[in-house]
Design a protein around this ligand. Structure first.
Ligand SMILES: Cc1cc2nc3c(=O)[nH]c(=O)nc-3n(C[C@H](O)[C@H](O)[C@H](O)COP(=O)(O)OP(=O)(O)OC[C@H]3O[C@@H](n4cnc5c(N)ncnc54)[C@H](O)[C@@H]3O)c2cc1C
Length: 512
């Protein structure tokens, strides 16, 4: 029996998950990746001998990967070494105002009580209850579904009708909902920051996204070898099931005949025939015609004003001083509304950014590295990298503001030229074409936005989409879910084609 052939375009986490799942089921899978390594955004940058995770750093929802490996008869923990973190993140507003959130809800409540009073701690408890409820309501009919609609959710197949709709809070903004839970503005800022995990502003995202707080409470892990180690494990797993991965090769067109996908053409001119193609590039690239005219029909254009956040990042090797860093640290700006106004309304870098610092050689406070350590430092930025060039003066001004925020909160990280690498929205636009540097697809602003991300199936038979710009959304585990969903839809569709005795093929009828 000839095996069904699938081409996966892109070795981001979703593409790798699709390849892993399909190869494990016996399909003939070829992954084509324009970069030199697997992982896409989950990339590492080398500075001297150090490899620095310069994309995602917070790993959550490990069950997504446990299930993927289980389904293939393997144990995730045998392939990726995970360590749970007690402290989810350390937050600082000035040299004295600091607050840790813990994986243990009771410890967080106690810390919040010490920081902002017993009433605020009690409100935190009800926040935890409500965010868990939002997550529980949405996990099956939204996160795990291939492409849900609000109507479907309310209807028989989704959650229990209109009764549950108010509980997921789709119609109020995250900021206004948080204002009801927390009277201390610093706590609103802390929990509002979860909107940025979906590339969005807490002032415009629906309160539903508060569920991210629950996801983090369920566990954050560090990965031995860094997040990029996860990409390598997925790539190795896919290859062990027979998939091939070709790096440094770009797909320039998805080929179709008689309206059905027949393979891809590489920019070298080579053609790879396939029964189905999964595109893991951003949907903006598909809609922008980077995969040819036929594929363009598979996704709707994302107008620049609907793009999610980009970022300015500094990958740094240095010896830090003055602040007791945990692994994940957030240094807040003094005016959160002004920060998102700068980005989303004025299309400019924030004048005073909130700064995230990942101290990659730390897991707990107990082990502080003796010498230099590896950092990823990130501030949010507008996704305008396709129309704004970010010259050296602007990058330096942003660095001074960013490192100035850290110093005013007590942290000094020296910036030596040969030990620092910067990425701007323009760099991200080059890495992920047609996005303007948007790192999370479409922003989740307004209650309809989550339903506007395309699902795995497209209007072009045999062409599927997977990745953080598709349903259910951005983030490593969410993109992984989309990859799983693309693989499942493709298997289902190929199954129905294989079962039909005669299938229209280019050049006549074929028996399969
Ligand atoms: C700085 C940063 C920090 C982040 N922090 C977190 C975090 O802490 N936790 C978290 O969960 N998520 C985080 N994210 C988001 C997360 O990284 C992404 O949502 C996720 O990795 C996206 O995966 P993806 O499957 O969409 O593929 P992508 O990573 O977007 O990869 C797509 C791949 O397709 C390839 N490709 C594109 N076009 C072509 C072509 N024509 N031919 C061949 N190959 C092509 C690209 O080279 C790329 O490798 C962060 C992202 C960034 C950038």
């Amino acid at each position: 029996m000839p095996r069904d052939r699938v081409v996966v375009v892109g070795a981001g986490v979703a593409g790798l998950v699709s390849a892993f799942a399909l190869a494990a089921r016996g399909l003939e899978v070829s992954v084509v990746e324009r970069g030199a390594t697997p992982g896409g955004k989950m990339r590492q940058i080398g500075i001297g001998a150090a490899q620095i995770d310069s994309g995602p750093t917070v790993f959550t929802m490990r069950w997504v990967f446990d299930e993927l490996f289980d389904a293939a008869g393997r144990n995730f923990a045998d392939h990726v070494r995970l360590r749970p973190l007690d402290i989810l993140a350390r937050h600082a507003w000035d040299e004295n105002a600091r607050l840790d959130l813990f994986a243990d809800e009771a410890r967080s409540a106690e810390a919040i009580g010490d920081f902002a009073g017993a009433a605020e701690a009690a409100r935190y408890r009800s926040f935890c209850r409500d965010t868990k409820r939002i997550y529980d309501i949405l996990e099956k009919p939204f996160l795990r579904a291939p492409q849900p609609s609000m109507r479907g959710l309310i209807g028989a197949g989704g959650f229990r009708g209109l009764m549950q709709l108010p509980q997921i809070k789709p119609f109020s903004s995250m900021w206004s909902a948080l204002s009801q839970y927390f009277h201390d503005p610093r706590l609103r800022q802390l929990f509002g920051r979860y909107a940025t995990y979906c590339g969005s502003s807490p002032f415009e995202a629906p309160a539903t996204l508060m569920l991210v707080a629950h996801v983090e409470r369920e566990g954050v892990w560090s990965i031995e070898g860094g997040m990029h180690g996860l990409a390598r494990a997925l790539a190795d797993g896919a290859k062990s099931f027979g998939a091939t991965i070709r790096y440094g090769q770009e797909v320039s067109e998805v080929l179709t005949a008689c309206g059905r996908t027949t393979g891809v053409r590489l920019s070298s001119g080579e053609r790879i025939e396939a029964d189905a193609v999964i595109v893991n590039a951003d949907v903006a690239a598909v809609a922008g015609g980077l995969f040819g005219i036929s594929a363009r029909r598979a996704a709707a254009v994302i107008p620049p004003r609907a793009r999610s956040l980009s970022a300015m990042t500094w990958s740094v090797v240095a010896k830090a001083s003055g602040f007791p860093l945990s692994r994940h640290n957030v240094f807040f700006s003094s005016d959160y509304a002004a920060e998102f106004d700068d980005i989303f309304r004025h299309d400019r870098l924030p004048r005073e950014p909130t700064v995230y610092v990942c101290a990659q050689d730390r897991n707990s406070d107990a082990a502080v590295p003796a010498g230099e350590e590896r950092f990823l430092i990130l501030v949010n930025a507008p996704a305008n990298g396709d129309r704004h060039s970010y010259d050296a003066a602007e990058v330096e001004q942003c660095a001074q503001r960013t490192f100035g925020v850290l110093e005013r909160r007590g942290l000094r990280i020296p910036r030596l030229q040969d030990a620092t690498q910067v990425a701007t929205p323009a760099d991200f636009n080059q890495l992920f074409p047609a996005t303007g540097g948007a790192l999370y697809g479409r922003s989740s602003h307004g209650w309809t936005a989550s339903f506007q991300r395309p699902g795995a199936r497209t209007r072009v038979p045999g062409l599927y989409l997977a990745g953080g710009s598709t349903h259910p959304g951005p983030g490593v585990p969410m993109a992984a879910l989309s990859g799983r969903s693309a693989a499942a839809c493709l298997m289902e569709d190929l199954g129905s084609i294989s079962q039909s005795p005669k299938t229209a093929m280019p050049g006549g009828m074929s028996m399969r």
